[in-house]
Design a protein around this ligand. Structure first.
Ligand code: XLS
Ligand code: NI
Ligand code: NI
Length: 443
């Protein structure tokens, strides 16, 4: 497999990133991610299915509300959209290959600049760049984890896409959605994602929430029916996020999405793509969201990143919190991993990180954090009392009257009678400190 996928090398100072182990001083080597290491019956590569994202890594230049981004990309030095798009794709596949990422993800508009194109013009541009992507995928073996449509940046979608109160705007969004689904299918995309950045509301005063949610369900059904007719057999993922950009987003968290898909008959086709920083914005932990998804048979995919404890927006930093990773991987392993998805780095280097090699360092850290978390979680599950201690808390439901209760065999009068007989129940410690110390012992 050749490293330089186009005729120009975009990252000449960085070679293929190899596993060198924890004692290596080389910042451009994995300390924990040994792709072929077998843990709990599968290689780390198979468990984690790492993916690079197009938007932060090759499109975002570090802009913030106070000014444009300081990052400069060589692939932007082409006058025309097609030149920029192919150079960007050469850079992207060089990066994915050097990093050892088996997958990538994109929004339609990440692949090629939209530049006020009509639907027909944008469709032609997508045809052009997806032809090129087919060649790049073929040559590198890198696959498309998921595609999606950006239906939130263009000002026309200011009031939403599938939840827009104005039908012509919804239909315009559908034209773009169809192109993105076609592109995903053409490239053998394994999944398709819906993140509803503007699918929500800012004030209830102007909003008919019931109509918007009914429409949103219809929107998803229509998209799913179309994709299935085209032969798409992958999963659809909804990516929960509670807020930002809208004040109140409909896909608030996994529990909200689980209720929504069940209410509207979408549960057989839709799972969730859980993003770490979206979980924390919803005042949940990442592991909480994973557990809710697993318990609802919806644990589809992960957008890996992390937030910042001191603020309340989506900072999308690279993962480096090992405690969080271990707790998350405990849930991940017990759930048997993801259903169809992978671990996609929806993360960006900091605005001030302006060296081209910084994106390698961010991904190395993120991949090492997940790999290390998974290895440690597997040890905890196999060597420690963690599972036994947790089970023991529920032991009284395993037999006798407790079991009869769980099976619905006691009415309230019978239950109350037992409650009177037991008198004041014995105090049972939650033992949180013991559990936390077990985690620390294995890190
Ligand atoms: C934004 C989302 C977005 C989705 C894809 O907060 O994370 O990047 O992953 O539209
Ligand atoms: Ni995301
Ligand atoms: Ni996000």
């Amino acid at each position: 497999m050749s490293i330089i996928t186009g005729d120009k090398e975009f990252f000449p100072t960085v070679g293929k990133i190899e596993y060198e182990g924890r004692d290596s001083d080389n910042p451009f080597a994995f300390k924990w991610y040994d792709a072929d290491r077998v843990v709990a019956g599968k290689t780390l590569k198979e468990w984690l299915r790492f993916s690079g994202c197009y938007w932060h890594t090759f499109c975002g230049k570090g802009h913030d509300p106070f000014g444009p981004g300081p990052q400069r990309f060589a692939w932007d030095n082409y006058a025309d959209a097609k030149g920029r798009a192919t150079a960007k794709m050469d850079a992207a596949f060089e990066f994915f290959t050097k990093m050892g990422l088996g997958y990538y993800c994109f929004h339609d508009v990440d692949l090629i600049d939209e530049e006020n194109s009509s639907v027909e013009e944008f469709g032609k541009k997508l045809d052009f760049i997806t032809d090129y992507a087919q060649q790049k995928q073929q040559a590198s073996g890198i696959k498309l984890l998921w595609g999606t449509a950006n239906l939130f940046s263009n000002p026309r979608y200011m009031n939403g896409a599938g939840t827009n109160p104005h039908f012509p705007t919804l239909a315009r969004a559908a034209a773009q959605l169809k192109l993105a689904i076609d592109a995903t299918i053409k490239l053998g995309g394994e999944n398709y994602v819906f993140w509803g950045g503007r699918e929500g509301y800012v004030t209830l005063l102007n909003t008919n929430m019931k109509q918007e949610l009914d429409n949103f369900a219809q929107w998803l059904h229509t998209a799913k029916d179309y994709a299935r007719k085209q032969g798409f057999t992958g999963n659809f993922f909804i990516e929960p996020k509670p807020m930002e950009p809208t004040k109140h987003q409909y896909d608030f968290d996994t529990a909200t999405v689980a209720h929504f898909v069940n209410k509207y008959g979408l549960q057989d086709d839709f799972k969730v793509n859980i993003e770490v920083n979206h979980a924390t914005l919803a005042n949940h932990t990442f592991q909480h969201e994973l557990q809710v998804a697993a318990d609802n048979n919806m644990l589809g995919s992960i957008d890996a990143n992390r937030g910042d404890y001191q603020n309340a927006w989506d900072t999308d930093q690279f993962p480096n919190n090992i405690n969080e990773a271990v707790e998350a991987m405990l849930v991940y392993l017990e759930a048997g991993g993801l259903q169809g998805g992978g671990v996609n780095f929806d993360a960006k280097t900091r605005r001030e990180s302006t060296d081209m090699e910084d994106i390698f360092l961010g991904h190395i850290g993120g991949m090492d954090t997940f790999a290390r978390g998974l290895i440690i979680a597997d040890e905890i599950l196999n060597k420690s009392d963690y599972k036994k201690l947790r089970e023991a808390r529920y032991a009284t439901f395993q037999s006798g009257q407790g079991k009869a209760f769980t099976e619905g065999k006691l009415d309230l009068a019978e239950l109350a009678k037992i409650g009177i007989e037991v008198g004041e129940p014995e105090q049972i410690s939650g033992k949180q400190e013991l559990f936390e110390n077990i985690i620390n012992r294995y890190i």
